[in-house]
Design a protein around this ligand. Structure first.
Ligand SMILES: Nc1ncnc2c1ncn2[C@@H]1O[C@H](COP(=O)(O)OP(=O)(O)O)[C@@H](O)[C@H]1O
Ligand SMILES: [Mg+2]
Length: 257
């Protein structure tokens, strides 16, 4: 694989929380690089500091020491060029599906005609054609997740940060949305830092999977997913190399549980 320029660099992070007079160290000695256009997933036991890591990278939380850099610049506050999809999808309830997806395009000052065209393209990509004038509360959890995904792609940040975005969905919906997400990502090819507790999802999507230790979390192992793209998101699970990686990652992770 060609060497990619580094987009995101995490250096010697030490992160703690103060609550009730006690300090909890959530992350210690965390080092990680994400290359341009690289898809990196993070798996780790519950409470090991995965969400904390994304909070630091998104500028919402200051580390005790160490730093996170995007394009060689330290992240000081919430930067406008990185985008986040959380587990709960944070749609605006008073806006239609179309207007929710259009919001980032309005902020980008796209013309009204272009906004409409791009939003409708994304609505079709996530399979929500016909629902554009519905409101979030009229949709299922899976459909709302599709809206959130379409909105992220409308925003099209230089780094996608995703914290268990498909977490609350049932297994079937996860596969369908994962497949749409993979297709959309393959078309834009941006850097992604993706948190999941699902090893299969991590391997199917990623160029690299990193495993975190239990708290205080650090990167304990790293696996390169040397499976060619484009990949069929579901069928790839029957590939012998996929199975092998899945087992190795499972073994690494199970030492931490
Ligand atoms: N706001 C907070 N105040 C105090 N402790 C916190 C806070 N948020 C998270 N923690 C602690 O930090 C550790 C890592 O949390 P988190 O990053 O949410 O883990 P993960 O996402 O891997 O499940 C946990 O032990 C958690 O209890
Ligand atoms: Mg979390």
């Amino acid at each position: 694989m060609a060497v990619r320029p580094v987009r995101l660099e995490i250096k010697d992070l030490l992160v703690g929380y103060n609550s009730q007079g006690r300090q909890t160290i959530a992350l210690k000695d965390v080092n990680l690089k994400v290359g341009d256009g690289e898809f990196v997933s993070v798996v780790g036991p519950s409470g090991c500091g995965k969400s904390t890591l994304l909070r630091v990278v998104s500028g919402l939380l200051k580390p005790l020491s160490g730093e996170a850099l995007v394009d060689n610049r330290p992240i000081t506050d919430v930067p406008d060029h990185i985008g986040m999809v959380f587990q709960n999808d944070a749609l605006l309830p008073w806006k239609s599906i179309l207007d929710n997806i259009r919001l980032p395009l309005v902020i980008k000052k796209m013309s009204k005609a272009e906004q409409e065209k791009e939003a409708m393209r994304l609505i079709r990509m996530v399979g929500l054609e016909g629902f554009e004038h519905f409101y979030p509360k009229q949709l299922s959890g899976g459909m709302r997740k599709r809206v959130a995904l379409a909105r992220t792609f409308a925003y099209d940040p230089s780094i996608y940060l995703m914290d268990e975005p498909f977490g609350p969905l049932d297994a079937q919906t996860r596969v369908v949305i994962g497949e749409q997400f993979l297709k959309m990502w393959e078309a834009v090819g941006k850097s992604v830092l993706f948190i999941t507790h699902d090893i299969e999802e991590a391997v199917a999507l990623s160029d690299r999977v990193v495993v975190m230790s239990k708290r205080p979390g650090r990167i304990k192992a790293e696996f390169t997913v040397d499976i060619e793209r484009p990949r069929p998101f579901y069928e790839i699970r029957f590939d012998p190399r996929f199975r092998e990686l899945q087992r190795e990652i499972w073994e690494s992770l199970s030492e931490e549980e």
